[in-house]
Design a protein around this ligand. Structure first.
Ligand code: HEM
Length: 538
């Protein structure tokens, strides 16, 4: 009887599309209003834009306009350090609250530990361990344990020869395709070509040939952008996770993923079903390189991901590497080159530092180990300043409030709601970083902070900035690729400023979805000295 009535009601609604639409609208509005009226944020008067309190569509709209990173900065200027931006989400900009949310707490303390929020699930596209998107802190800790040593400074130092091979191909490519022809060079494209070549070098000790070809071979970089934009567009919409599964999301992106692996690993027939033998052989041939390490790490993690597949488990680590190296680094790289062209006095100092080490950036002269000194303090500070001002990973690092709840200034956020900080809002906080926060001023990293450390020791500004900024995240889930990102930018920049004079003919434009891209910058390159390609630069 009841089913009969329901069936007739549904049939009736279908007959009357207008009524159906009106019905859906009324139900949605009723749901939003109920959620708003019962929200603990309303009871505490947490400020925020009116529409954002009702619907996730508010934030999504600005994400899709690609301006959300700056819009949210304006919202924080208007409403203060805590903004109610979506029905269940609070955005926090005050760097002094960073440790409350991301602090190194015992991950086993379920009662007080802030896990990555459910929205990260959007980026999970297979059944295996995906470093960036894993929400289970215990599994993420294991992953870090198995993988952090080869992403450490020392681990990467072992692969310096591969960095230099990629640099040589970069210079050869730029010379052939731009300096000699006089055609403008699209900066972000070249930073991506370099990143793709470098990933192939450090993963399987091969040249992937993007810089030599001077183009995005088989649209590999394009595929990476599509994946990042898709995840970025879906992440602010929680209902997407109810409507899709990991398998559906993977299928949506499968073509781009497979294309990436085929072109970077140079395995033209790779598939998840048949690829593990190839990956294993390739790894065994290059035991020092990252593919072998990824294969070993996924084998050790296997018992935690019994539904996964070894080929997916290995390549998802390649994907995480590509997401960081190709998806994030190139945009900060563009910012750095842009700022150096705007500040010739800094560029001159960088060149002077490089002149002390054969005009070449050597990791040995940078990493402070075995009592060695960093010979590039200004250069390093310029890179860090670009990372501060243009933090490519610019989405909210959202965390679920644990059962203990949390106190953020005068507000109490109950368990289950999301709180998150995002790098632009935090890194541009005048109260913490000072009134010149928006200026590119590398020297700030080399100064002392007026306060002192324990036992009267001077506190460096580097220590102070790194305790507040959010460019690489914070706490247990801090970016594992941060040393790699620094080395990539230093190798790329050192080679380009050594070999070329650079004239900007088109300015970059910020474009936000998941990462904040720096699109459109074009430069003219002219050669500074004779070509030296195909040899190690040392
Ligand atoms: C300028 C470049 C980069 C920036 C700004 C950046 C930023 C970040 C940030 C903010 C996080 C924290 C995410 C969170 O808490 O939810 C993160 C995590 C991560 N990054 Fe990067 N990243 C960069 C480059 C790289 C590179 C080159 C790699 C390559 C390995 C990489 C791999 C990762 C991984 C695997 C994680 C997840 C770590 C975890 O959850 O424990 N990143 N990155």
């Amino acid at each position: 009887m009841f089913l009969n009535l329901l069936g007739r009601a549904v049939y009736g609604l279908m007959q009357h599309k207008l009524y159906s639409l009106a019905g859906i609208l009324i139900l949605t509005l009723a749901y939003w209003t109920h959620a708003y009226l019962t929200s603990p944020f309303r009871k505490q008067n947490i400020p925020g834009p009116f529409l954002g309190k009702f619907t996730n569509a508010y934030r999504w709209y600005y994400v899709m306009r690609h301006t959300w990173h700056r819009d949210l900065m304006d919202l924080h200027k208007k409403y203060g350090p805590l903004v109610w931006i979506a029905p269940n989400d609070i955005s926090v900009s005050d760097p002094s609250l960073r440790n409350v949310i991301y602090g190194f707490q015992n991950h086993k303390k379920d009662f007080t530990f802030f896990r990555k929020s459910h929205s990260y699930e959007t980026g999970s596209i297979n059944q295996d361990f995906s470093f960036i998107f894993e929400q289970d802190p215990e599994k993420a800790r294991l992953g870090k344990y198995y993988m952090s040593h080869f992403y450490s400074e020392q681990g990467l130092l072992n692969l310096e020869e591969n960095f230099d091979k990629a640099v040589n191909e970069l210079i050869e490519g730029l010379d052939k395709h731009h300096a000699r022809t006089g055609t403008p060079c699209k900066m972000v494209d070249w930073a991506e070509f370099f990143a793709l070549d470098l990933v192939a070098q450090i993963t399987v000790d091969r040249s992937a040939g993007f810089c030599l070809a001077g183009k995005d071979v088989n649209n590999a970089a394009y595929g990476m952008r599509v994946i990042i934009k898709t995840v970025g567009a879906l992440m602010p919409l929680p209902w997407v996770l109810s409507a899709t599964s990991r398998a559906i999301r993977q299928n949506l992106l499968l073509r781009f993923l497979i294309n990436l692996y085929r072109n970077v690993l140079l395995l033209p027939t790779f598939t998840f079903d048949t690829g593990i033998a190839d990956l294993k052989t390739l790894g065994e041939k290059n035991p020092k390189h990252l593919l072998a390490k990824f294969y070993n790490a996924q084998s050790k993690m296997r018992e935690h991901y019994p539904h996964g597949n070894q080929a997916e488990g290995t390549t998802i680590q390649v994907f995480n590497l590509i997401a960081g190296a190709v998806g994030a680094v190139p945009h900060t790289q563009v910012k750095l080159i842009h700022e150096l062209t705007l500040h010739p006095e800094i560029l001159q100092k960088v060149r002077e530092e490089l002149a002390t080490t054969d005009n070449t950036f050597h990791l040995e002269d940078f990493i402070r180990h075995n009592g060695r000194q960093n010979k590039y303090p200004i250069f390093e500070s310029a890179v860090r300043e670009a990372v501060r001002l243009s933090p490519a990973v610019a989405f909210s690092l959202s965390r679920k409030v644990p059962p203990s709840g949390c106190q953020l200034h005068q507000y109490h956020i109950p368990p289950g709601y999301n709180v998150g900080m995002a790098a632009y809002q935090v890194n541009y906080d005048e109260g913490y970083f000072g009134p010149d926060v928006a200026q590119f001023r590398p020297e700030r990293w080399l100064e002392d902070h007026p306060t002192e450390m324990l036992e009267g020791e001077k506190r460096s500004m580097k220590n102070y900035i790194e305790a507040g900024w959010l460019s690489f995240g914070s706490g247990g889930r801090v970016c594992i690729g941060r040393h790699l990102a620094m080395f990539m930018m230093m190798k790329f920049t050192a080679a380009v400023v050594r070999e070329f004079d650079i004239r900007v003919v088109k300015q970059p434009v910020e474009h936000h979805t998941l990462v904040t891209e720096m699109l459109g910058m074009e430069v003219l390159l002219s050669r500074k000295c004779a070509v030296r390609v195909g040899q190690h630069d040392g």
